[in-house]
Design a protein around this ligand. Structure first.
Ligand code: FES
Length: 230
């Protein structure tokens, strides 16, 4: 079946939309169609992709108005005639569907997204019980695609707001029984550009391709009882 893709081209005020017609075999994803366009119609089309399996997070974009991974979005599930493909909102467009991800990763760095524990490690590994792991088991699945932060109106209006991905990462380590970096992370999120900027709009939950719930993590952090509202 032939489908039309209306794709954002260029950047900023000079951007435009370009239509591409693609013959779509059964089972194709939006990334397959973009590859077809790039390889056979217009080699200048710019977008990120790598794993093609929903793991690397690099192909996040806005498809028919909703942030998603292009490599996971089945074309047969997109109703209507034309399929609209835009870059992730909230970030500076570099060109076509590629956005500047530096601000996203700089915000992530603020919550120190790595295990902090200066004590001597045991012979084998730092053990967690199943019950301890259950508190962070879903949060570790974030692939850092930024679909959540990009969908958040609070981030659109405050580019210093840590955003759902960074807050989920903070939660992941604050509730990790092996981690000792709590005070540093608490300082990083306990301010008006952190925990308290979340207004539970919940766009992030709908955008997450891993079905994670950053808002739930924020709520648990707020109820933890150790924070004073900034
Ligand atoms: S190409 Fe890796 S998540 Fe889509």
């Amino acid at each position: 079946m032939q489908r039309t893709f209306k794709v954002y081209r260029g950047e900023g005020k000079s951007h435009r939309y370009q239509d591409f017609k693609v013959e779509v075999p059964p089972g194709w994803t939006v990334l397959d169609a973009l590859n077809e366009i790039k390889w056979n119609q217009d080699g200048t089309l710019t977008y990120r992709r790598s794993c093609r399996h929903g793991i690397c997070g690099s192909c996040a974009m806005k498809i028919n108005g909703i942030n998603a991974l292009a490599c996971e979005k089945q074309i047969k599930d997109l109703k209507g005639g034309t399929i609209h493909v835009d870059p992730l909102p909230g970030f500076k467009v570099l060109r076509d569907l590629a956005v500047d991800m530096d601000p996203f990763f700089e915000l992530l760095e603020e919550v120190k997204p790595y295990l902090i524990n200066d004590s001597a490690p045991p012979d084998k590994e730092r053990i967690q019980s199943e019950e301890e792991f259950s508190h962070i088991s879903s949060a570790i699945n974030c692939i850092l695609c930024s679909a959540c932060t990009s969908s958040c109106p609070s981030y659109w209006t405050d580019k210093n707001y840590l955003g759902p991905a960074a807050l989920l990462k903070a939660y992941r380590f604050l509730f990790d029984t092996r981690d000792k970096g709590g005070p540093e992370r608490i300082d990083a999120i306990n301010n008006r550009h952190g925990l308290w900027r979340c207004h539970t709009i919940i766009n992030c939950v709908g955008a997450c391709p891993e079905n994670l719930a950053p808002t739930e993590a924020v709520s648990k952090l707020e109820k933890w009882g150790i924070f004073q509202k900034d």
